[in-house]
Design a protein around this ligand. Structure first.
Ligand SMILES: [Zn+2]
Length: 248
């Protein structure tokens, strides 16, 4: 199955139809999509790669074609927590299409993959001249803003175990494989928790049969078990994404 998916992706890449792998780009009409593809460059992203740091001027917007990235807010004492996960449903920035700005968060690649990298100034020019591009970026900004609201509440009031289950479901959705190459140190940074606390919570999920964990690799064994363990925020975000990306 995975081999077939990879073959299909390679075939699309060879024919130049790469952007349909990203849900935002797939919503554009053919002419707008081709304009964005011509303006951008397909790049490979490695796990742990940092695309920008807080206060960096955003010079490029990445539209993931596979893998996943996290926008992580870093505090003065070095502690960090993920504000938003970005995969094939979105893009790494919500504002550059309209105005130049600096990053509020660190953008780190959590699952390796490929993306269409578009220069931010070029994206603004396209959004100004192509109403279809502007409409899709507005849709993305609106949906990301709703997800950020949900995540702010989730990070503040939900316990670590349901948040970890939610986070693993989100990663699994974007990974396209059962095995997630994630260390508990990395998970701690995503969830704003100590590594030892993450270890205890991950072992509870392991005992319930939801996941397996071995040497930095988490295997999703039962999605239903993971969904039962998750807080309500996963289902809420899924519902919004489906509604927002419904074909018009
Ligand atoms: Zn939650």
């Amino acid at each position: 199955m995975i081999v077939q998916m990879e073959t299909a992706t390679a075939a699309r890449a060879a024919s130049g139809q790469i952007a349909t792998d990203n849900a935002l780009l797939a919503r554009l009409d053919a002419e707008d999509r081709e304009a964005l593809e011509r303006a951008g460059k397909r790049v490979r992203l490695t796990q742990g790669q940092i695309l920008f740091e807080p206060d960096d001027q955003i010079t490029a917007v990445f539209f993931p074609l596979s893998g996943a990235m996290s926008l992580v807010v870093v505090m003065g004492d070095g502690s960090a927590v993920e504000a938003l996960m970005v995969g094939r449903e979105g893009a790494t920035d919500t504002l550059s299409y309209a105005i130049p700005h600096r990053a509020a968060a660190r953008c780190v690649v959590q699952l390796p993959g490929e993306a269409l990298r578009v220069d931010a100034a070029r994206l603004r020019e396209l959004a100004r001249t192509r109403p279809g591009v502007q409409a899709v970026m507005e849709l993305h900004a609106g949906r990301a803003s709703l997800d950020l609201q949900q995540n702010a509440a989730c990070n503040a009031v939900h316990r670590l175990e349901p948040r970890l289950a939610k986070w693993l479901l989100n990663s699994h959705d974007r990974a396209g494989t059962e095995i997630l190459p994630l260390t508990q140190e990395f998970l701690g940074e995503m969830l704003g928790a100590q590594r030892t606390t993450v270890t205890a919570v991950a072992s509870a999920l392991q005992k319930s049969g939801a996941i397996g964990y071995k040497r930095g690799r988490i295997t999703v064994l039962s999605r239903p078990a993971l969904e039962r363990a998750s807080c309500e925020c996963y289902a809420a975000a899924q519902k919004r994404t489906k509604a927002a990306l419904r074909p018009v």
